[in-house]
Ligand binder design. Structure first.
Ligand code: ADP
Ligand code: MG
Length: 477
């Protein structure tokens, strides 16, 4: 029996009660602003839906929840150190850039700005480190990192509003004591405060914050949560796309970035993390912003620090110690969250891992250098691809990772236009980190909240935006 069933087992199969609670939950989500634009009308707010979410919160063991929070500042520091370590980035991504065009393009921009010398002196990192709880062979739960997102980490806004929905649902279901135990959570505020501080350190009252956004903006409400916090602090926000930057942005002699005559202090990327975001002009726009003095969140080096290949390299013996010298405790905390990660670089080690994965594909996940969900390969697909590319350098554009297997629990996933049915679910916990460096000095290093996403076990991959996972609230015990 799962922990979840034990907790709310009395209501979980009461069909009428669940149906009533689901209707109440959906209205609560609309009232709280847990919203998304529709697929059909992705650039208009005339018709909107609730963002998909679970009917009930999901259990997260408190020791693991606290562990995830406790390691976040270490990860912030690690990512920031990687972003300043040209030798490490170059060495780690050498094989990847030969075969992966997207990483190669990012790397090319990185090299260009390094050669010219950085005009930027204030650095803002907003990341989200994601975990699942692995129930290993001996049944002991362990917190294991899935990945760290260093660009466009989303849902800090909507998740700030999901807790109130779940509190209401539990109250309605007669579980007020449980409702009162749900933790407050407001990452969008912490993220906005980080942007505000970076804006202040940039030091120009007239300058604006520019959100760089996609041409399809379904998740705009998530971004507005952050945007509105900035406006309340009298910081002006503009939303622009790469094509606007290409057409209308320029640098002055000090490499200050101007957009339609307004100086830009901070560029906050909610775009630019997948190949389809770019054409030739967009790459030129990216380069222009990277060359500028504006605070990019993230700068190109920090985006590269978040690649899957870097994640895999971090798991190699001695790498963390080199990147975090004299910080043995941080290294131990970080390493405890790693599961097996393997390089597929050409050579003996890579050959061996390819053979192991082909023989036992269910043990692994095969990951390309991509973000945004839906790119990884599992099981039979993983096996077939590896068989095809096993002797080609193409294999080096992937990394191999041990598959994490959480214990499923029962829940209802509420999604507009979808039938209400009980599902076996697993969850992924994310912790948001914010840090600011001015020159060499770390002036802010914080965790600012969490995100729990839950999906039905039959989906191997995919996040909320990909239409697989839904928003959830951790019930920490
Ligand atoms: P993306 O950058 O596309 O979000 P992720 O590494 O987060 O890539 O993988 C996408 C999804 O695949 C995750 O949200 C998770 O559900 C699943 N996943 C990734 N790695 C593993 C793993 N090692 N074990 C089990 N599931 C995984
Ligand atoms: Mg992910």
């Amino acid at each position: 029996m799962t922990a979840h069933l034990a907790l709310w087992e009395d209501i979980l199969h009461n069909e009428q009660l669940i149906r009533e609670a689901a209707a109440i939950a959906v209205d609560a989500a609309l009232l709280e602003g847990v919203l998304m634009r529709t697929k059909e009308d992705s650039n208009s707010s005339d018709v909107v839906n609730y963002a998909p979410f679970t009917l009930l919160p999901s259990i997260v063991p408190s020791t693991l929840f606290e562990q995830a929070y406790a390691v976040q500042q270490d990860f912030n520091l690690l990512v920031d150190n990687i972003s300043q370590n040209a030798e490490f980035l170059e060495h780690t991504l050498a094989s990847t850039v030969k075969v992966d065009d997207f990483t190669a393009q990012l790397f090319k921009i990185y090299k260009q700005v390094m050669k010219e010398g950085l005009a930027q002196s204030v650095f803002l990192g907003i990341n989200r480190s994601d975990y699942m709880v692995d129930h290993g062979a001996d049944g002991t739960p362990a917190l294991k990192q899935i990945e760290i997102n260093t660009i466009a980490a989303s849902f800090g806004g909507l998740t700030s509003r999901t807790t109130a929905v779940h509190r209401h649902v539990l109250n309605v279901l007669g579980k007020s004591k449980d409702a009162s135990k749900l933790l407050d959570n407001n990452p969008s505020k912490g993220i906005a405060l980080g942007i505000a501080k970076a804006w202040e350190l940039y030091g120009s009252d007239r300058a604006v914050v520019m959100f760089l956004v996609e041409d399809t903006q379904r998740n705009i409400f998530d971004q507005r949560c952050i945007e509105n916090e900035l406006w309340t602090r009298n910081i002006r926000v503009i939303r622009r796309q790469f094509k606007d930057v290409f057409e209308k942005a320029s640098l002055d002699n000090d490499r200050r970035l101007y957009m339609e005559g307004q100086e830009v202090a901070v560029v906050y990327y909610r775009e630019g993390y997948v190949p389809k975001n770019y054409n030739k002009q967009n790459w030129a726009a990216r380069l222009l912003m990277e060359r500028s003095k504006a605070v990019k969140c993230p700068d190109i080096a920090t985006q590269l620090a978040g690649t899957k290949k870097v994640q895999q390299e971090l798991s190699q013996p001695g790498t963390l110690e080199r990147l975090l010298p004299n910080q043995a405790e941080a290294v131990t905390r970080i390493r405890a969250t790693f599961t097996g990660l393997y390089s597929l670089d050409m050579g003996k080690e890579g050959d061996k891992m390819v053979a192991v994965a082909i023989a036992d594909p269910e043990r692994f996940v095969l990951k390309p250098q991509r973000e945004g969900g839906g790119n990884n390969l599992y099981g039979e697909e993983l096996k077939q691809l590896l068989e095809k590319i096993k002797d080609s350098p193409e294999r080096t554009s992937y990394i191999l990772m041990d598959k994490i297997t959480p214990q499923p629990s029962m829940n209802y996933l509420l999604r507009a236009h979808s039938p209400l049915k009980i599902s076996d679910c697993i969850s992924e916990l994310g912790i948001f980190g914010v840090y600011i460096r001015q020159g060499k000095d770390m002036v802010v290093n914080k965790h600012v909240g969490h995100l729990l996403r839950t999906k039905a076990v039959e989906h191997a991959d995919g996040g909320v935006a990909a239409g697989v996972a839904v928003l959830d609230t951790p019930y920490v015990i």
